[in-house]
Design a protein around this ligand. Structure first.
Ligand code: ZN
Length: 427
């Protein structure tokens, strides 16, 4: 959508959570001009007559939240629907997922696997509403890996038809490199490879290491040639180690990480995008007694240990919800983030989901589709903002009730929600 070049919005009397510090500023004024933050402090004197002034009344203004591990196309439909419905239907459902995500205050997401390029384009053009998307395109998997969701008879026949919905199957360095190039050509901002056993996938036990060093290096090289990076799905020390040694810059999940592997990641500066998975009401629903359910329970056992190692070795930590297959789970996006309070202060949790996650997104280098800073409130940054009815650095639960707690949500300088009751129409 074209930016509102001349539009001005002024937030007065707001305490700013800036995405860098873990505490709030004294009351101040934040001025948005067009799609970026023009000034913090005194309101400019040359305000146009149609400038919109929002009285913050001492409330908190913070950056839009960032979810660094989403699957926009797979968020709402069940796994069986994803495998049996056509992409047209799935895209329509995904537009709803995207709209709802934005209204939960998530103004940017990194999509870690899925045919999401069309949705991203439609959002960027203003056809539908949703967050900024850093797409990986289809995740790339070896035969029988975490992205191979074919039926057993299709695997037996080496029929690649089904693979296109939940992953692209590529074996050998040449095939992997070709698949990386295909996703980059379609607009991928980073590349997602499946480097170890997964929970939802039918063929691979959790313990297996996927791909060879040569295949991983081929992907890393093809991504680096496009000034971007490879991130991998991996839970186990073996899978993580092989991938990190091959040059991947980020590990998704990592729940079963051990001490030596954490040391390796610290030495290499590798990111870990870890979820606060517990066996609770927010666990992705798999049938009791199924192989996926057993793998899920095994993985969840590692959660607390993994966060302990992240803190001990000061790993570069990002957060993403990895919400899948269920509307109720999707609605709990802020709630899943709030669980990080098990290990971090509320201010630290908010910083992870704003400034810190933005640093991970910046790893996309010249493939960043939205030039400008996000995840921070500072002069010159893109105007993705939330006006919160309270102080989330003291009461983190505010992020779990966005429908009432988030009074204003702004993305790219445009107000997408305003319930401050100032009488102005919501645009
Ligand atoms: Zn995922």
């Amino acid at each position: 959508m074209p930016a509102l070049a001349g539009s001005v919005t002024v937030f007065t009397n707001v305490r700013v959570f800036d995405g860098k510090a873990t505490t709030l500023s004294p009351p101040t004024t934040v001025t948005v001009r067009g799609n970026s933050i023009a000034a913090i402090g005194e309101a400019p004197v040359d305000l146009p007559a149609d400038a919109r002034v929002i009285d913050g009344a001492g409330r908190t203004l913070m950056p839009g939240l960032i979810d660094a591990h989403t699957h926009m196309i797979y968020t709402l439909p069940s796994q069986s629907r994803i495998l049996t419905r056509d992409l047209g239907y799935l895209n329509v459902v995904a537009t709803r997922a995207a709209h709802e995500m934005l209204l939960r205050g998530f103004t940017s997401v990194r999509d870690t696997g899925g045919p999401v390029f069309g949705l991203k384009q439609a959002i960027d053009e203003g056809v539908v509403s949703g967050p900024r998307i850093w797409p990986s395109g289809l995740s790339i998997s070896q035969t029988g890996g975490h992205g191979d969701f074919r039926m057993p008879n299709e695997v037996a026949a080496d029929d690649h038809g089904h693979a296109e919905m939940l992953g692209a199957v590529a074996d050998s360095p040449e095939e992997v490199q070709q698949e990386v190039r295909r996703q980059l050509a379609l607009g991928a901002t980073q590349i997602k490879l499946m480097a170890g056993g997964g929970v939802a996938s039918p063929f691979d036990p959790l313990d297996v290491t996927q791909y060879s060093p040569a295949e991983l290096r081929a992907a890393v090289e093809a991504a680096a040639n496009w000034d971007t990076y490879v991130t991998v799905h991996a839970y186990t020390p073996g899978a993580i180690r092989q991938a990190v040694e091959a040059g991947v810059k980020s590990v998704e999940h990592g729940h079963l990480i051990d001490e030596p592997t954490a040391q390796l990641m610290a030495a290499k500066g590798t990111w870990i995008v870890l979820q606060a998975f517990f066996d609770d009401e927010d666990a992705v629903p798999f049938p009791a007694g199924s192989a996926s359910r057993a793998k899920q329970l095994e993985m969840i056992k590692g959660t607390d240990n993994a966060y302990g190692l992240v803190k001990k070795h000061r790993l570069k930590l990002a957060w993403g919800s990895d919400t899948l297959f269920d509307p109720k789970l999707a609605s709990r996006q802020g709630g899943q983030l709030a669980k990080l309070a098990t290990w971090f202060t509320p201010g630290e949790v908010l910083r992870i989901a704003t400034g810190q996650n933005a640093e991970l997104l910046a790893m996309s280098g010249k493939r960043n589709p939205y030039p400008g800073r996000i995840g921070v409130v500072e002069a010159g940054a893109l105007a993705d903002l939330i006006l919160v009815d309270g102080d989330p650095t003291r009461d983190l639960a505010l992020i779990t009730t966005p429908e009432t707690s988030f009074l204003v949500i702004m993305k790219d300088g445009r107000i997408v929600k305003d319930i401050t009751g100032n009488g102005l129409p919501v645009r």
